[in-house]
Each structure stands twice: as structure tokens, then as C-alpha cells.
Design a protein around this ligand. Structure first.
Ligand code: BG6
Length: 480
């Protein structure tokens, strides 16, 4: 089944940080793929901006080099793509380049300013765009994470951006929302009548959300040591997964209707007591350095793993806990949402020693798909023995081999051009998430507690297992 492609209108996309890693690894390849499938029409332009002085040809050559793996056998598409590219050298905090950039933009097409730069440059760039008359009603501004490092800084950033752009022109990226399977959580829940009647505390025992990574902090020590898993993953990506799982059905699939419901979830979160949070930090192994070695900070108390139990205090979820965990250098790369249904209320089978409830496992990555754990009769004579089997659907198999699951950035950049904010975080949502997490982080800072050590390739610290065991539950394994 080939996916349908609806072309967007021609646009001007200005990519700040155009020589950077994210631009070359994700954004430009994403745009190339969209052009190759016919979604980006002729007459569109992508203007790279960065501090480096170079001409458009040198920029095109550097992009061609970064794209060489994607473009093999697609020379005609590559030529078309390169012909859309232009370059202006801009000093984000100075005067150089702004006038020239303003002159290149067209008045009659959508213009998107994509800020693939460090967060300290978000506000200065927005202000310069405004000063030079570029923040027009047909323009949009896209900012990457991190959006602030606490409530106060997020508020300040929102204020600075809104001085130049209206809220409906601001696109705050959480790339998890661009993942196909994350959007599938909404499709599963709201496009099927099967699950929703059961999607509440009466039928669901608990929910587990895991985002496990195999890699360590990979040369990002400077940033990561100031962020930790709480700021880097929990406040944004896991919070978004939690919201999509727990939210009420919006009245329609439209940006503010969806975001209103997500906001209500964040506002319904109870404060988390210290005993319901486990922080971890990976040790060294024979093959890999420890967290503190990688971070270059021997005294670091930053967590590379976090697990917590939390409650969404509302009518739907009263008494059903959500267990969240995320960490680096774990056994496998695996992201999944697991809905554990309650056990059957009564067993009619005498030898049914375990009455395990059904489970719905939504695999976000890798092997995107859905599994429903069922209990059936074990084949064979000699009485009624039961066993568990998965009702398994891997999307790639179910949809056919020619369906490609596009990278999150492809979807998100096209949504910006189309003007659809559904998969972007609204300012109040980001602030609410900080408001919830700030006291948790402040408590760690006051106590100075060290995170529990864990072995690389494990499932995190022992205490994380205990968080579940003490409630008579257990995590699904991370990998086999
Ligand atoms: C980023 C974090 O936002 O998400 C990284 O800063 C993390 O630390 C990454 O590795 C995970 O994204 P994905 O798409 O690889 O699951």
C-alpha cells in the first residue's frame, strides 16, 4: 500500500543552523525525501543561514555530500533539490546578513523560519526577524527543544517569541509527535470503537511507558549534564506519550482541540513523592565509559535514567498508576506503551494458576506495531491448560513492504508549511510540564542525592524494579 502524497503550496523555508548536525542529519534529508515523493512543488525555496561565510554553491555541495546515502540512484531528484537551495551568511546576534535575507524572501508565499540552533539564539533571531520586517502574517517560526530549562525560562522564552510572532505562528517541536507510531496511539484509541470503552481505571490495572536507549550521551556531555533524563526526555517526549495515552477524546482532530485535552492531563498530574522516583547513572563496563567519564564531570549527580510512578487525578484514571521510565545505555533501544488490563474477576478454570490480564503493547520503535496479549487454551488433551499468546501486528508487514515509515522530521516540516499545529506543543502545554517537573528537580538539587548506579546493557537500577515489585507488578523486559 503506497502512501498518499498531497503536495504543499510553494514556500520559502529559512533554515537557521544550516551547517549544523540536526540540519544535515534530519531536516535536509527529510526535505529531500518529501521532494522525491512529489510533495514539494517547484518554486519552493530553502535558504540556509549560518554564521559561516560561503556561497550558495558551497552550501549545495555540502548538502549533496550529507545526502549521498539517501540520493543514490536519484540523481534527477537530487539536482531538483539542490536547485531549491540558497544560502545567506547571517550573524544571529549581530547585523550581518539580515538585510540580504529580507530581500531574498517573497511576499506572496508561506515563509517558515526553522531555528535549528542553540536555545540561547531563539529569542535574538526572532527579534531580528521582527526588526527587519520578516515576521509577517504569512510567516511561521519553528523552534527545537529544549524549550527552556525550567518554568521561569520557558515563560520568558514564550514571552520573547510572542513579542514577534502570534501563538498560532509558533511551532515548538517535540519530534516524538512526528513519529508515525506516536500518532497511531490516537488512531488506535479514537478511530476504533473497541478499546475506548475499556480505556479507564475500571478496566486498566496500570500503564507502562518505556523509552530505552542503547547509546550513552555520545559527546553531548556539556548539554546533557545540565539537563539529565528528566529535562532531556521526561518533561517532553515521555510527557507527550503520557498525554496521548491518558487524554480524553478531543471533539475533532484539530490543533487546539487536541492540545486542550493534553494540557488537561498535565494539569491533572499529582505531585510525585520521593519514594515514587528512581534516578540512575550508568557505570563503566569493559567496553564503555561510565556516565561521569563521558560527561567529563567526576562529581556529576545528573541522572541518565529515571523511573517513576505517577497518577493522573481525574475521573477516568483514579487509582490506575502510570509507570514511566527512560534511560541511556540500557539493554536495547525500545520505546513502547503498555496497557495492562485488569485480571478476569473470577477464574472458572481450576488449573489456571495465573490469571494474567490482557495487555496491549504499542511498539513505537523499533518494529513499529501493536500486540495484544491473550490467554488461550494450550493445545493437547489432558485437561484445560492455559497459555498466553500474542496477537501480533507489525505495521510494516500488515501494510506491505512498499510502505515507508517516514522520519518524524519529514512529517513535521510539511505540517509547518501546511500551517497545521496539531503535532506541535502549545506554549501553555510546555509551561504546565515545567510547572509539574520543577519541584521534582528542585528537591534533588536540595538533597544532593546521587543517582543509583546501574550496569550498561541492563534495565536500569534495581530500585526501578522495586518500584513495580512493591506494588505486585513488574516491568516488561527491555529486549530479550
Ligand atoms: C532527543 C534527546 O530529544 O531524543 C536525546 O535529546 C535522545 O537524548 C533522543 O537520544 C531520542 O530520540 P529517538 O527518536 O532516537 O528516540
Amino acid at each position: 500500500m503506497a502512501s498518499r502524497v498531497i503536495p504543499v503550496e510553494p514556500f520559502d523555508l529559512v533554515l537557521f543552523g544550516a551547517t549544523g548536525d540536526l540540519a544535515h542529519r534530519k531536516i535536509l534529508p527529510g526535505l529531500f525525501h518529501r521532494l522525491a515523493v512529489g510533495q514539494i512543488p517547484e518554486g519552493s525555496r530553502i535558504i540556509g543561514c549560518a554564521r559561516s561565510e560561503m556561497d550558495a554553491d558551497a552550501f549545495r555541495a555540502s548538502v549533496a555530500e550529507s545526502l549521498r546515502h539517501e540520493t543514490r540512484g536519484k540523481d534527477a531528484d537530487l539536482d531538483k533539490f539542490l536547485s531549491l537551495l540558497d544560502y545567506v551568511s547571517v550573524d544571529a546576534t549581530g547585523e550581518r546578513g539580515w538585510k540580504e535575507l529580507a530581500e531574498r524572501l517573497r511576499a506572496d508565499v508561506v515563509r517558515a523560519f526553522y531555528l535549528s540552533v542553540g536555545p540561547s539564539l531563539f529569542a535574538p533571531i526572532a527579534a531580528r526577524l521582527d526588526q527587519h520586517g520578516m515576521a509577517t502574517p504569512n510567516s511561521r517560526i519553528v523552534v527545537e527543544k529544549p524549550f527552556g530549562h525550567d518554568l521561569a525560562s520557558a515563560r520568558e522564552l514564550n514571552r520573547e517569541l510572542r513579542n514577534c510572532f502570534a501563538e498560532d505562528q509558533i511551532y515548538r517541536i517535540d519530534h516524538y509527535l512526528g513519529k508515525e507510531t506516536v500518532q497511531n496511539v490516537m488512531a488506535l484509541r479514537f478511530a476504533n470503537a473497541l478499546f475506548e470503552p475499556l480505556w479507564n481505571c475500571q478496566h486498566i490495572d496500570h500503564v507502562q511507558i518505556t523509552v530505552a536507549e542503547k547509546l550513552g550521551i555520545e559527546g553531548r556531555g556539556d548539554y546533557y549534564d545540565r539537563a539529565g533524563a528528566a529535562r532531556d526526555m521526561l518533561q517532553n517526549h515521555l510527557m507527550q506519550l503520557l498525554c496521548l495515552t491518558a487524554m480524553e477524546p478531543p471533539s475533532r482532530f484539530e490543533a487546539n482541540a487536541v492540545r486542550d485535552e493534553k494540557l488537561k492531563v498535565i494539569r491533572a498530574l499529582d505531585p510525585v513523592p520521593p519514594q515514587d522516583i528512581v534516578r540512575g547513572q550508568y557505570r563503566a563496563s569493559a567496553h564503555s565509559k561510565s556516565y561521569v567519564q563521558e560527561a567529563g564531570n567526576p562529581d556529576s549527580t545528573t541522572e541518565s535514567f529515571i523511573a517513576m510512578k505517577l497518577h493522573v487525578s481525574n475521573w477516568r484514571w483514579g487509582g490506575t498508576p502510570f509507570y514511566l521510565r527512560t534511560g541511556k545505555r540500557l539493554r536495547e533501544r525500545l520505546s513502547e506503551i503498555v496497557i495492562i488490563f485488569r485480571d478476569p474477576p473470577h477464574s472458572i478454570f481450576p488449573r489456571m494458576d495465573h490469571r494474567r490480564g490482557n495487555a496491549l503493547i504499542i511498539r513505537l520503535q523499533p518494529d513499529e506495531g501493536v500486540t495484544l496479549r491473550m490467554t488461550i487454551k494450550e493445545p493437547g488433551p489432558g485437561g484445560m491448560r492455559l497459555t498466553e499468546v500474542p496477537l501480533d501486528m507489525t505495521f510494516a508487514e500488515a501494510l506491505g513492504a512498499d510502505v515507508e515509515i517516514p522520519d518524524a522530521y519529514e512529517r513535521l516540516v510539511m505540517d509547518v508549511i501546511r500551517g497545521d499545529q496539531t503535532l506541535f506543543m502549545r506554549g501553555d502545554e510546555v509551561e504546565a510540564a515545567w510547572e509539574w517537573i520543577d519541584p521534582i528537580i528542585a528537591r534533588w538539587q536540595e538533597s544532593g542525592d546521587r543517582p543509583a548506579p546501574y550496569d550498561p546493557g541492563s534495565s536500569g537500577p534495581e530500585d526501578a524494579l522495586m518500584l513495580m515489585h512493591r506494588d505486585g507488578r513488574r516491568w516488561r523486559e527491555i529486549g530479550s
